[in-house]
Ligand binder design. Structure first.
Ligand code: F6P
Length: 527
C-alpha cells in the first residue's frame, strides 16, 4: 500500500483535463438521472448525486483515482489497526465501537474490541439502572435530567444526536430524561443551565478524553460549586467519561466512570461513551444500540470497491473533484429536518478539524487544496438567510442536502391543501432544481445562473438507525478524502497554539505574558 500526494497520481492529470471541459449541469440533469443516480448509504438512507457536475467520464476518472490511491485497502488497513494517525502514532478505531469488520485488534496484549464491548455493556447497564430508578440521587428521588459537560468532540456530536432523537423518542413512547449540554467556558452557559435544571434530580456527565481541557474542567467546578451550595453531594450527581490514561480516570468523586482510549479521536467519539452515556440515559440503551447498528451498516457499505455502489466513497470523490479540479472552496450542509439543527455544527468540526491540513501525513507541505470550509443550517431557515448568496452570489458553493419523506412526530396540519411536511419537501425539491437549472431573466437582478451542484441524502424517517448511518456516512467521507489528500485526518495540532497563548496570558496577569501583542489585546479586554 502506497501513500502518495494527490498531485503525484496518474489520475490527477486526467482529472485536470476533464475539468477543462465544462459540463453543463442544465443539460446533464434529466428526470432519468434523478431516478438512476441513487446509492444506499445504510440505515434506510440513500445518496443521490444526480445534480452534481459528474458525467460518465468524470466517474470513470474518479474510479481510477480511487483504485490508484488504494482507498479501500487503506480503509481496511485502518480497520485492522494499522497506525493511521501518523502525527500521534495511534491506531484509529472508532468503527470498532459499532462492530467488527476485520480481524481482532490486539494492542499490548489487550483485545481492543472486547474492551469497547465491555464498556458499552457497563454504561448500558448503568443507564438502565438510572432509568429504572435502581440508582437514585437520594432516597425517594429520581434523576429526571442529564447534562453533559464537555467541548468539541465531547459536545458537538452528542448534542446533535440528542437533539435529533428527542422528537422520535417522544412519539415512540420512550421514557425520556431531559438532555442538556454545557460546553462554553463563558460563565453564562453553565450559569443558565444551573438555574434552569432541577439540580437535585440532575445527573451531570463530565466528558473529556484528555481530562485536561480548560473549559470542561472549569465548568465541572462551576457545577460542583452550585451543587454544594444547594446542599447536594456532587459525587451523587456526576459521572465521567474519559480515557484510561487521563487525570480524571479512577476518581472516586464520580458516581461511575466509563472509558475509551486514544484510538478514538474526539470528533469521532460519538459512538463511544462520549455519546453513548448521555443517549442511553436520555432515551434508553436499546436506542443507542440501534444507532450503532445503523452506523455499522454504513461502515460495511463503505467497503464496496465500486464507487457507484459506495455512497461515502462517491461523496468523498465528488467532493475532491469539486475542491481540487473545479476549485470550489466551500461546502454547505443543508438538512431539511429541524431535528438535525446542530448536525452542521458537528460536521464543521468533523470535516474541518480532520482535513483542514496543509502538510501531508509525513509532515511535508502539499501543493493542492485540502478540506473545504463547511457551514450550514436547517432548511427552510437557511432559505430565509444565506441562500441569496448561494443562488446569485459570485461564488459557486457545492451543497449537501439531507431530507426525509416523513416527519418524526407525524403531527401536522393541512394549510392551503398541503401539510407542513409536504411543504418542507416541496421546498427541498424546489431548491435542488433552482440551484441546478436556474432561471433566465433579462433583468440581471432577477436572473438565476443555475449550474450550482448539490447532492441529496434522503430516507423515509429520521430514526436511531438512520441517524447512525448518517453520522458514519460523513465520518467515512472525511476519512476517504483524507486518504486522497494524503493528510492525517486524525490529529488537530492547529488548535494548540491558541490554547498555549490563553494559558500564558492567564498565568501572567499582573506582570504581563512577555508577548507584547498578546498583552495589548489582554489590556483591551480588561484581563
Ligand atoms: O481543542 C480541540 C480538541 O482537542 C478536540 O479535538 C476535542 O474534541 C476537544 O478539544 C475536547 O477534548 P477533550 O475531550 O479531551 O476534553
Amino acid at each position: 500500500m502506497k501513500f502518495i500526494d494527490l498531485d503525484k497520481t496518474v489520475s490527477y492529470t486526467g482529472l485536470l483535463e476533464l475539468a477543462g471541459k465544462k459540463i453543463d449541469l442544465k443539460t446533464l440533469l434529466t428526470p432519468e438521472r434523478v431516478e438512476k443516480c441513487s446509492v444506499p448509504a445504510g440505515g434506510g438512507l440513500a445518496y443521490n448525486w444526480a445534480a452534481k457536475w459528474v458525467d460518465e467520464n468524470v466517474l470513470e476518472a474518479l474510479e481510477k483515482l480511487s483504485g490508484e490511491m488504494e482507498l479501500i485497502a487503506k480503509y481496511r488497513a485502518l480497520l485492522s489497526g494499522e497506525v493511521m494517525n501518523t502525527g500521534e502514532g495511534r491506531m484509529v478505531l472508532h468503527h470498532l465501537l459499532r462492530g467488527q469488520l476485520e480481524k481482532d485488534v490486539i494492542h499490548q496484549g489487550k483485545n481492543i474490541g472486547e474492551f469497547y464491548r465491555k464498556e458499552l455493556a457497563r454504561f448500558a447497564a448503568f443507564a438502565d439502572k438510572v432509568r429504572s430508578g435502581e440508582i437514585v440521587p437520594a432516597p425517594g428521588k429520581r434523576y429526571t435530567a442529564v447534562c453533559q459537560i464537555g467541548i468539541g468532540g465531547s459536545d458537538l456530536g452528542p448534542r446533535a444526536l440528542a437533539l435529533a432523537l428527542e422528537n422520535w423518542a417522544a412519539v415512540e413512547g420512550k421514557k425520556t430524561l431531559r438532555a442538556e449540554f454545557i460546553s462554553n467556558v463563558d460563565p453564562d452557559d453553565a450559569s443558565r443551565l444551573a438555574s434552569l435544571l432541577p439540580l437535585s434530580e440532575t445527573l451531570f456527565i463530565l466528558v473529556s478524553k484528555s481530562g485536561t481541557t480548560q473549559e470542561t474542567l472549569t465548568n465541572e467546578l462551576f457545577i460542583k460549586d452550585k451543587l454544594a451550595r444547594a446542599g447536594l453531594d456532587p459525587a451523587k450527581h456526576m459521572a465521567a467519561v474519559t480515557s484510561e490514561t487521563s487525570p480524571l480516570a479512577n476518581n472516586p468523586g464520580y458516581l461511575d466512570s466509563f472509558y475509551f482510549d486514544d484510538f478514538i479521536g474526539g470528533r469521532y467519539s460519538s459512538s463511544s461513551g462520549v455519546g453513548g452515556v448521555i443517549l442511553s440515559l436520555a432515551f434508553g440503551s436499546d436506542v443507542f444500540k440501534e444507532f450503532l447498528a445503523g452506523a455499522h451498516e454504513a461502515d460495511k457499505l463503505a467497503l464496496e470497491p465500486s464507487i457507484v455502489k459506495n455512497a461515502a466513497l462517491l461523496d468523498a470523490l465528488i467532493g475532491v473533484w469539486e475542491r481540487n479540479f473545479l476549485n470550489l472552496p466551500y461546502t454547505a450542509i443543508l438538512p431539511y429536518s429541524q431535528a438535525l439543527s446542530r448536525f452542521p455544527a458537528h460536521l464543521q468540526q468533523l470535516d474541518m478539524e480532520s482535513n483542514g491540513k496543509r502538510v501531508n501525513r509525513d509532515g511535508k507541505p502539499v501543493a493542492y487544496s485540502t478540506g473545504p470550509v463547511v457551514f450550514g443550517e436547517p432548511g427552510t431557515n437557511g432559505q430565509h438567510s444565506f441562500y441569496q448568496l448561494l443562488h446569485q452570489g459570485t461564488d459557486c458553493v457545492p451543497l449537501q442536502f439531507v431530507g426525509f419523506l416523513e416527519s418524526q412526530r407525524g403531527d401536522d396540519i393541512s394549510v392551503d391543501g398541503s401539510g407542513s411536511q409536504t411543504k418542507l419537501k416541496a421546498n427541498l425539491a424546489a431548491q435542488i432544481t433552482a440551484f441546478a437549472l436556474g432561471k433566465e431573466d433579462a433583468n440581471g437582478n432577477k436572473h438565476f445562473p443555475g449550474g450550482r451542484p448539490s447532492s441529496l441524502l434522503y430516507g423515509k424517517r429520521l430514526t436511531p438507525q438512520t441517524l447512525g448511518a448518517l453520522l458514519a456516512h460523513f465520518e467515512n467521507k472525511v476519512m476517504f478524502q483524507g486518504f486522497i489528500w494524503n493528510v492525517n485526518s486524525f490529529d488537530q495540532e492547529g488548535v494548540q497554539l491558541g490554547k498555549v497563548l490563553a494559558r500564558k496570558i492567564l498565568k501572567k496577569q499582573s506582570s504581563g505574558s512577555g508577548d507584547p501583542v498578546l498583552d495589548a489585546y489582554g489590556s483591551l479586554l480588561g484581563i
